[in-house]
Design a protein around this ligand. Sequence first.
Ligand SMILES: [Zn+2]
Length: 78
Amino acid sequence: MDQALPLPAPPAIEVPALPEIRPIPVAELWPWLLFGGLLMLVLVYFVGVEQGALSIFSNSYVHEFVHDGRHLFGFPCH
Ligand SMILES: [Zn+2]
């Protein structure tokens, strides 16, 4: 009586159909890449350069707001 009993068949699982993955054409993508690039340039400006003679705003609120980011990205500060 060492014979193992056959296991019951697992229940059938329905796998939903995957949606079709459509590549994004470059013509639709480049305006977003340009927008993201400009946004990153503005962010790098405010984090890295907005200080002293090059500052747009005369007070130091922007500099103090992004101060930890300056040190994080290695921009010279103080
Ligand atoms: Zn600093």
